[in-house]
Design a binder for this molecule. Structure first.
Ligand SMILES: Cc1cc2nc3c(=O)[nH]c(=O)nc-3n(C[C@H](O)[C@H](O)[C@H](O)COP(=O)(O)OP(=O)(O)OC[C@H]3O[C@@H](n4cnc5c(N)ncnc54)[C@H](O)[C@@H]3O)c2cc1C
Length: 410
């Protein structure tokens, strides 16, 4: 029996892979509804080929430039919080070209496995009902120098195509007149509704008869001996565990144990869900406005706009100024895409490691498994991460080389 703390996209994909492999599973979540924290209204992009971590050469300097601007995609509120300073120090340490390249390779392996795994689940189990589409992704550039830099990195392996501004408008007519100098198109990227995906996984898990859900139950502590975990505490109740998976997103660090390093920090972001009516002209291709760091995806009958990295601590409040900036930029780019007056606003906290690489697999406690720290790519990486975890718990050879992904190596 495997007990999973966290019913977000990572915990549910782990449960799904484990049940497919024949395990019995219990998923515990503090909320009454599954997939209702960071997995609720994220960007919806299954961005399998754009996985390079945020930490890179030149980012600290670029960040200083951003922080001085009124329309910055980045916001920093320094706090008297050792966790914030430890995370930022480690992040700065990872801002090197060689580290970025190495970690991007680890993430690409995991992302490729994720795409294959979702395809397999869709084929084998007819998993549907979450607005999945292979709609392609177009990264657009406003600035000639950032376009040139991106062009130089285009590779055939990722099947990317360099497009002029006119080609971009031909591919995606909703972009006409958008102020872009060109773009890079990747046809086999996908999009879906992450919350609906969580709900579909949960429904299939329920129907399997092998999964129990404990909802509205917060895990308040983990009991352990020297080398193994023994039980979890749910307030005054103690529940023994055989295998325990920690997949509690950005709150995982609250359950850290002696000797277990969980270098997580919540990076806050926002989204707008804009209803699309028959009269609107929304993009069909997913768009990343590279220079403004804002992404657009059509998910069913809504346009999902997502942006911002706010390093402000555990603060889930909707900040009107940040949302107003996003709405203004979205209107400048896609004025006719939807009914912005009816847009639903949302804020979520990306569970980020300094390197951008998640921690998947065994911990220093032999029956405590980790699946956390997926940052800005949790939806993209969920199925592959769940599959790997199920293989590791089942003592099978993992589908991909685990180098760089396992907690011990973090
Ligand atoms: C603005 C924004 C846009 C994004 N866009 C994309 C995108 O386009 N593509 C992409 O791939 N990713 C995207 N992401 C990232 C993605 O949403 C996250 O990486 C992913 O949702 C993390 O999933 P999770 O299951 O780890 O965490 P969560 O979804 O937060 O789930 C964790 C669960 O654990 C539960 N929990 C926590 N503590 C406890 C406890 N003590 N006891 C019991 N339960 C507990 C919580 O209630 C929660 O349900 C975006 C994120 C943001 C904020």
């Amino acid at each position: 029996m495997v007990c999973i703390i966290g019913g977000g996209v990572i915990g549910l994909a782990s449960a799904y892979a484990l049940v497919r492999a024949g395990h019995e599973v219990t998923v515990i979540d503090a909320r009454e509804t599954l997939g209702s924290e960071t997995s609720f209204a994220n960007g919806g992009q299954l961005s399998y080929r754009y996985v390079a971590p945020l930490a890179d050469k030149g980012v600290p300097l670029q960040a200083i430039g951003w922080l001085l601007r009124g329309d910055s995609p980045l916001k920093l509120r320094p706090r008297l919080d050792p966790q914030q300073w430890r995370w930022m120090t480690a992040f700065l340490g990872a801002c090197r070209g060689s580290v970025n390249k190495r970690n991007a390779a680890h993430l690409l392996r995991l992302a490729t496995l994720s795409q294959d795994t979702l395809q397999q689940w869709r084929d084998d189990d007819h998993l549907d009902g979450f607005d999945w589409r292979r709609n392609g992704k177009l990264v657009t550039f406003r600035n000639a120098s950032s376009f040139e830099q991106a062009r130089s990195k285009v590779t055939n392996i990722l099947q990317q195509q360099v497009l002029s501004a006119a080609d971009c408008a031909r591919l995606e007519p909703a972009l006409a007149g958008g102020g872009f100098v060109g773009g890079i198109y990747t046809p086999n990227e996908e999009v879906a509704d992450c919350h609906a995906f969580c709900q579909r996984l949960a429904a299939r898990l329920e129907a399997s008869g092998r999964c129990t859900f404990l909802l509205g139950r917060k895990v308040t502590g983990i009991r352990h001996a020297d080398t193994a975990v023994q039980a979890i505490e749910l307030g005054s109740e103690v529940m023994p565990v055989e295998h325990l998976v920690l997949a509690a997103g950005h709150r995982s660090a609250e359950l850290a144990l002696p000797g277990l390093s969980l270098p997580l920090y919540p990076l806050k972001g926002y989204s707008l869900s804009v209803p699309i009516g028959e009269q609107h002209r929304a993009p069909n291709v997913s768009i990343t406005d590279y220079d403004r760091k804002i992404v657009y995806a059509r998910i069913g009958e809504q346009l999902r706009v997502a942006a911002m990295v706010d390093i402000v601590g555990f603060d889930t409040r909707l900040e009107p100024k940040r949302l107003a900036l996003m709405k203004r930029q979205a209107l400048e780019t896609f004025a006719l895409a939807g009914d912005y007056a009816q847009a639903v606003e949302w804020a979520g906290m990306r569970p980020a490691t300094p390197t951008g690489v998640p921690l998947i697999g065994a911990s220093v406690y032999r029956n405590l498994w980790l699946n956390l720290g997926h940052g800005a790519l949790g939806f993209t990486l969920a199925c592959g991460s769940g599959q790997l975890l199920a293989e590791l718990i089942g003592r099978q050879t993992p589908s991909i080389d685990m180098q760089g992904l396992t907690p011990r190596a973090a």
